[in-house]
Design a protein around this ligand. Structure first.
Ligand code: ACO
Length: 402
């Protein structure tokens, strides 16, 4: 008879790390985070510099290929991505199989998984050429897929991409064009959304990226792996926090009610937490939150909404919390989600699209990490162990003898 406790006792070193808070699962050249200092680098470049000076498409190139492109490389990449934005026409029927009120994340999860039923020439993960095609297809088609999910939910017809538009402009066009009118993309709003995409593009081994890597480690095809990442991101503790932050600001409503909510956030008997505050890794100001705040002000100014009461609540809440001993001691600072909900709402997106926009932006990070994993000679199938806490070995007892 196996004595399970004795086996554990003799097993030597065994790491039990719920939530993997101190377990590295891979080596990666892509993203660096110093949570104590509030530093985030993509391939060595600080996020604030990329947010201010780069474009999302350039950041896609950087994440996928390791370096910023020169002019010729950028032109070629732009052309390639732009000319792969269309999806297979039959996918439209796939969308029509969903209820109109389906959550866009449910639709995206299904549609991205279904890409593996359409693009058979990019499923062989052992062929570098096919891997490359899969990366290009995912980055170029994901805005079309997200926009179609949005259009389907509103009952409006799907809009084809326009090749003369840039990546983010094209996405806005596919979301907001109305057949009877000429839609003109506002450059300030497009820049804000492009920056939001940059800020969400990668964040090392977070839950959804780890999910993509784990699914990919078994040799699953890239579209199935990204669908797994979308499923994980959908959770409120991961991709859904900006929605929760916006709802919280709406609940607080006016500046004079902030002290009451600060009090509640500090009360251990109250489950309420300040949404958009605190982070598992950042024990300092989330560097993405600063860039997000800049874009939030730019969008509201452009739209003449700088008097948005939610912005006033957010700014004042941040000011009060950052001076409060509880938040200072626990190193709770605003995270990326604190200002993103207000910004996305002002851009015209319904709350149900917030996580879908996150998925759109994170797709390049996911597929870049997937590609890196497959190119890693040390790559193995992911197989965490467990600490068994169940019954000792025992003999089966027939039903009538129990
Ligand atoms: N408001 C009030 N108190 C908080 C908050 C908050 N937002 N966040 C953490 N705390 C307190 C906890 O109560 C805990 O106190 P204790 O030590 O007295 O028990 C302490 O700070 C540490 O909190 P943990 O939950 O243990 O920290 P962890 O690193 O596991 O959690 C998390 C990080 C989940 C993000 C947490 O800060 C939180 O719930 N924040 C609100 C939700 C949110 O904004 N999530 C978005 C994260 S960013 C992203 O996913 C893109």
């Amino acid at each position: 008879v196996v004595d399970i406790r004795k086996l554990y006792a003799e097993a030597g070193v065994f790491t039990y790390d719920p939530g993997f808070t101190s377990t590295g699962s891979c080596e990666s050249d892509i993203t660096f985070i110093d949570g104590d200092e509030g530093i985030l680098l993509y391939r060595g470049y600080p996020i604030d510099q990329l947010a201010a000076k780069s474009s999302f498409l350039e950041v896609c190139y950087l994440l996928l290929y390791g370096d910023l492109p020169n002019k010729e490389e950028m032109t070629k990449f732009d052309y390639t991505i732009t000319h792969h934005t269309m999806v297979h026409e039959q996918l439209a029927s796939f969308y029509r199989g969903f209820r109109r009120d389906a959550h866009p994340m449910a639709v995206m999860c299904g549609v991205v998984g279904a890409l593996s039923a359409f693009y058979h020439d990019s499923l062989d993960i052992n062929d570098p050429r096919q891997r490359e095609i899969a990366c290009v297809r995912l980055v170029s088609k994901i805005p079309t897929i997200a926009a179609m999910a949005y259009r389907y939910s509103t009952g409006l017809p799907f809009v084809y991409p326009k090749n003369k538009l840039g990546y983010t402009e094209n996405f806005l066009h596919m979301c907001f064009s109305v057949p009877a009118e000429e839609y003109v993309v506002n450059p300030v709003l497009a820049k804000a959304l492009d920056t939001i995409f940059i800020l969400h593009a990668d964040h090392e081994q977070n839950a959804s990226t780890s999910t993509v890597r784990l699914a990919g480690s078994s040799g699953a095809n890239p579209f199935a792996c990204i669908a797994a990442g979308i499923a994980c991101l959908w959770g409120p503790a991961h991709g859904g926090a900006n929605e929760a932050a916006l709802k919280m600001l709406e609940t607080i409503g006016t500046v004079d009610r902030i002290p009451e909510f600060i009090r509640r956030a500090k009360d251990k008997n109250d489950p309420f937490r300040l949404m958009g505050f605190g982070h598992r890794v950042y024990k300092n100001y989330d560097p993405r939150a600063k860039a997000m705040q800049i874009q939030c002000h730019a969008v509201l100014d452009e739209l003449g909404q700088h008097d948005d009461p939610l912005l006033h609540v957010a700014v004042e809440l941040e000011r009060i919390a950052l001076q409060d001993e509880y938040f200072v001691e626990k190193k709770l600072y605003p995270n990326i989600d604190f200002y993103s909900g207000i910004t996305l709402r002002a851009l015209g997106f319904p709350v149900s699209m917030f996580t879908a926009l996150f998925a759109l932006a994170r797709t390049v990070g996911w597929i870049g990490q997937w590609k890196e994993m497959l190119e890693d000679p040390h790559q193995k199938i992911g197989r965490p162990r467990q600490l068994y806490t169940g019954a000792q070995q025992r003999d089966y007892v027939p039903l009538d003898a129990r």
